[in-house]
Each structure stands twice: as structure tokens, then as C-alpha cells.
Design a protein around this ligand. Structure first.
Ligand code: GDD
Ligand code: MN
Length: 373
């Protein structure tokens, strides 16, 4: 069944096309659910919003199920998840169950005001393809005792997301988009907390709107945002960079490692020369040590996504590849100088050309022969 078939089937099941699906990931939020559903219920009645609520609960066993059942609301569904736990996987599962043509995600702890939902929907009607309930646009505010640490933390995380989106609050867990976006989006990767950022990037959202909200203190219980999640965020960013900028990410890391290697080379040659060793030896040592240095950085940083390979085999292959690269560099310098007088007069230009050729060769050989995907 294709996603489109599934859409059609779900809209039929829902009976109407204009349904809003609100996805609420929860873990131990039983105390917050009555107020959340009460406020959503008021919104539903007052604005005549045709909405369904999908509570994606990671088997909290804190009475969430019973609480929701006791309220007996036919527009609310609590889904108990027992596998693949986590905030992002729960939200993604919610996307797949959503019957509405608009999907909205919000937290259960009442830090996201449900009353802002109509304004967010209006932004979608106005042509936005993604709308955020934002803490950082004019008119927005955050509860006062939102600690300094958390504020700084959030600011840094936002800054790191800059290469992917210009919105002021890409970390927000309060956002909405048209369901149809899911049909064309690249597959989501459910790492970490920032599922909104994932949707913006993988969904190719261009017109992002932000609605100011008052981000309230969570009403009951405590935050589940751990240090581990923060570290996952860095991995998430790296994956998004790979998705958006592909080879350029690897190539620029490789080039940067090469640049560092140049400094290592210069340091070694200076040291050995100072010790009175003949150039034949110090130059060779400098090249060799720089190569080994580059090897390790490339193995553990640039190509950390590669298939695991045996250290010695990879090291030998890397040195072999780079020696050929050096030969390529050398050949390009000499041929350029031979062919064009300009390069003969200014060997520095020839050297730059040679370095670029050697670097490209080394990169391709390392990626495809040494650190295979
Ligand atoms: N299903 C499921 N599984 N839900 C989870 C899990 C999980 O492992 N962890 C957290 N949740 C739910 C919580 O129950 C809550 O409804 C929502 O996800 C947000 O979790 P909080 O623990 O309240 O997170 P927070 O307040 O620290 O983070 C919020 O602000 C961040 C920006 O500062 C969230 O909105 C984040 O999405 C946002 O990035
Ligand atoms: Mn919260």
C-alpha cells in the first residue's frame, strides 16, 4: 500500500477531509492529561475544530491509560507503545496513524498553549508549509523560572541548527504541517529530540512561519530531556548535514584534516632540522608522521560512518593511496609548468593546482578504497 492509498483510506475512514490530527508524545504524563484534554476540548467546541488527538504513550503505566479512558472522549485515542521507545519514534508513529490532512505536534505537559493552535492553522492556510509555536519571536515569552542553564543550552542548540533553517526556534516541539508533506519527505531518522527540525529539513520546507507563544513551566512531573539527548542532537546535526550537503561534508572534513596534517608536517620538519638531521631524513619523517596523523583523524572523524576495517590494512591502504596522490600532485605541478608559462613563472600557482588535484585524488581513493561506506 502506497502512502497515498493509505491517506485516501484514512480520510475515508475519518469521513471528512478537514481533520486536524494532534500528536502528543507522552511518557508519565497522567497528571497533565486531564487539563490538556480539557483545554483541547474547549478549543474544539468553541472554534468548532474537527480534531483528533493521538496520545503516543511509551507504556508509562502511571495511570495515563485509565485517566484517558475515564474521560470517555471519542476524539481522543491513546496508543500504548512498547517497542522502539523514545520521543521521536513516538511522534513518527503518530504521523503514520494521523487521519487528518493537517498534523500538529505538542507536548503533554502544558508548556505549549493549545489556545495558539487556531493561529498556527491560520498560518498554514496563509501558505506556510510549516508552522512553529515559537519562543523567540516578538510577542513570545517563557515562564520566568526557566533556568539560565536551560536558556543558554537552547540558544546554542538553535545556533547549531542555522545551516539548516533560519527560523528562530527550530528546537520547538510545538509545530504543524500539512499531512501531504509526508508523501514527498525523505525518510525520517528518529534520533534525538528535535523531530521538528527533522521534518523541516527532510520535508524540504521553505515557507516556515512562527507564531509567538508563552512557553509555560511544565505543570506536573519533570522534564525527560537528558544529557544523553543533547549529545544525540550533535549526531542528529551531523546526519542532517550529510543529508543536505552530502559529499561536501566529508570532503571539507578531509581537507581540514589535510590542513592540520600540513601543520604537523611543518612542526616535525622544523624539529628534526633543528636537531641537525639531514633533510632527506627529516622530510621523509615529516611526511610519514603527518600521514599517520591524518589517517587516524580520517578514520575516527571524517569517515566514522565507514565499514569497520582492520587498522593495519587500512593504514597501509591509506599510505599507498596518499603516495599515489602525492605523485598526482607532483605530475600536475610539472605538467602545468611545462604547458603554461604562467605556472612556470609562478610555481606557487602550479603548487596550488597540484595540491587540489592531489587532495581530490586522495579524497576519492580514501572514500572509495580505504574507508568504504
Ligand atoms: N512517547 C514518549 N517517549 N514521549 C516522551 C518521551 C519518550 O521517550 N520523552 C519525553 N516524552 C514526551 C513528554 O511526556 C512530553 O509530553 C514531551 O515529550 C516533551 O518532553 P519534556 O520532558 O517535557 O521535554 P522538555 O520540556 O525538556 O523539552 C521540550 O522543549 C524542548 C525545547 O527546549 C520539548 O518540547 C522538546 O521537543 C523541545 O525540543
Ligand atoms: Mn516540557
Amino acid at each position: 500500500m502506497t502512502p497515498t492509498d493509505r491517506n485516501a483510506e484514512q480520510s475515508q475512514a475519518a469521513g471528512k477531509a478537514q481533520v486536524l490530527s494532534i500528536v502528543v508524545p507522552t511518557y508519565r504524563e497522567a497528571e497533565n492529561l486531564p487539563e490538556l484534554l480539557d483545554r483541547l476540548g474547549k478549543l474544539r467546541a468553541e472554534k468548532q475544530l474537527d480534531l483528533e488527538v493521538l496520545i503516543m504513550d511509551d507504556n508509562s503505566r502511571d495511570g495515563s491509560e485509565e485517566t484517558v479512558a475515564a474521560l470517555g472522549l471519542d476524539w481522543v485515542r491513546l496508543v500504548v507503545r512498547t517497542e522502539n521507545r523514545g520521543l521521536s519514534p513516538a511522534v513518527i508513529d503518530g504521523f503514520n496513524l494521523a487521519a487528518g490532512n493537517t498534523v500538529l505536534v505538542m507536548d503533554a505537559d502544558l508548556s505549549h498553549p493549545p489556545e495558539k493552535i487556531p493561529e498556527m492553522l491560520a498560518a498554514l492556510d496563509g501558505g506556510a508549509d510549516f508552522v512553529i509555536g515559537s519562543r523567540y519571536v516578538p510577542g513570545a515569552s517563557t515562564a520566568e523560572n526557566w533556568g539560565l542553564f536551560r536558556w543558554v543550552n537552547s540558544k546554542i542548540a538553535t545556533l547549531l541548527a542555522r545551516p539548516f533553517t533560519r527560523v528562530s526556534d527550530p528546537m520547538s516541539g510545538f509545530f504543524a504541517f500539512r499531512r501531504s508533506l509526508l508523501d514527498t519527505a525523505a525518510p525520517f531518522n528518529a534520533v534525538g529530540y528535535k523531530i521538528g527540525l527533522e521534518v523541516i529539513v527532510k520535508g524540504g520546507c521553505r515557507r516556515c512561519a512562527e507564531v509567538p507563544i508563552h512557553f509555560d513551566q511544565r505543570h506536573h512531573g519533570e522534564s525527560k530531556l537528558s544529557l544523553r539527548e543533547q549529545l544525540l542532537y550533535l549526531r542528529h546535526l551531523r546526519r542532517l548535514a550529510m543529508f543536505k550537503y552530502g559529499h561536501w561534508v566529508h570532503f571539507s572534513q578531509f581537507a581540514l584534516v589535510g590542513l592540520l596534517g600540513t601543520f604537523v608536517n611543518l612542526a616535525v620538519i622544523t624539529l628534526f632540522d633543528g636537531m641537525g638531521l639531514p633533510l632527506k631524513i627529516s622530510a621523509a619523517a615529516a611526511i610519514f608522521i603527518a600521514m599517520v596523523f591524518n589517517f587516524f583523524l580520517n578514520r575516527y572523524v571524517t569517515f566514522s560512518d565507514a565499514q569497520p576495517g582492520r587498522l593495519w590494512r587500512q593504514l597501509t591502504a591509506f599510505i599507498a593511496a596518499c603516495s599515489v596522490g602525492a605523485a598526482v600532485n607532483y605530475t600536475v605541478v610539472l605538467s602545468a609548468a611545462w604547458m603554461w608559462p604562467l605556472f612556470n613563472e609562478h610555481p606557487q600557482f602550479a603548487a596550488v593546482l597540484g595540491i587540489m588535484a592531489g587532495l581530490t585524488f586522495n579524497y576519492l581513493a580514501s572514500r572509495h578504497l580505504v574507508f568504504k561506506k
